[in-house]
Design a protein around this ligand. Structure first.
Ligand SMILES: CC(C)(COP(=O)(O)OP(=O)(O)OC[C@H]1O[C@@H](n2cnc3c(N)ncnc32)[C@H](O)[C@@H]1OP(=O)(O)O)[C@@H](O)C(=O)NCCC(=O)NCCS
Length: 179
């Protein structure tokens, strides 16, 4: 059994440990990580999975701008402890938080991940919809989901963290490898 609850301040260290277990240190070089530099995650959408008082899963969201002015969310990282994968925790975390994001009025969610996993939630190719990443990313893994009808209509351009400057986006292009 597990419970999904809002992330608490005391979860921070356990979350970093979990992310290390799931992604290793390579995660810091990915474009999706670089985008989050100098950006504060959205507390209302950060949730954890708890089982027997231990943290077994985490999901976080970050504010983005697409193009010049369209607000969007970056989903990630999401991680489920290797011993607890395949129990439905990941799917539950994503559905719960996407529904919450929609209810809070958010309209678009972007992520980098396996399309085979995320298509069940409504994610489709972001590149094919005119979105771009400010650094290397496997084209088929760059995904976007509409939370409100026609939210992608007329939206295109580079994705960047909501507090990033153009200079920071250029730095990301220069220094990032992988997605
Ligand atoms: C990916 C991850 C979050 C999924 O969470 P989970 O709790 O293990 O997944 P769930 O139990 O909710 O979902 C299981 C379903 O997802 C599928 N699935 C899991 N990982 C998948 C992947 N990478 N690609 C495609 N399908 C995947 C399973 O086959 C299963 O499918 P089914 O429902 O048709 O049987 C988790 O495995 C994880 O933390 N992995 C390591 C870190 C990672 O890769 N994070 C995602 C970055 S994109």
């Amino acid at each position: 059994m597990y419970q999904i609850i809002p992330e608490r301040s005391e979860d921070a260290v356990s979350i970093e440990t979990l992310l290390g277990q799931c992604f290793g240190n390579e995660r810091f070089r990915k474009t999706a990580y670089k985008i989050r530099q100098n950006v504060t995650s959205i507390k209302a959408l950060n949730f954890v999975g708890i089982s027997n008082d231990a943290l077994v899963a985490s999901i976080r969201y970050w504010p983005l701008i697409v193009g010049k002015k369209t607000s969007a969310l970056l989903l990630g990282p999401i991680a489920v402890h290797p011993d607890r994968q395949g129990e439905g925790i990941g799917v539950a975390l994503i559905w719960d938080t996407l529904k919450l994001a929609k209810n809070l009025g958010h309209s678009l969610v972007v992520l980098v991940g396996d399309p085979e996993y995320y298509e069940r939630f409504g994610f489709v190719s972001a590149f094919d919809n005119g979105l771009q990443m400010p650094g290397p990313v496997a084209r088929h893994r760059f995904l976007v989901c509409e939370l409100q009808e026609n939210a992608l209509s007329g939206v295109q351009g580079m994705v960047h963290g909501a507090t990033d400057t153009l200079d920071e986006a250029v730095k990301i292009c220069e220094f990032t490898q992988g997605d």
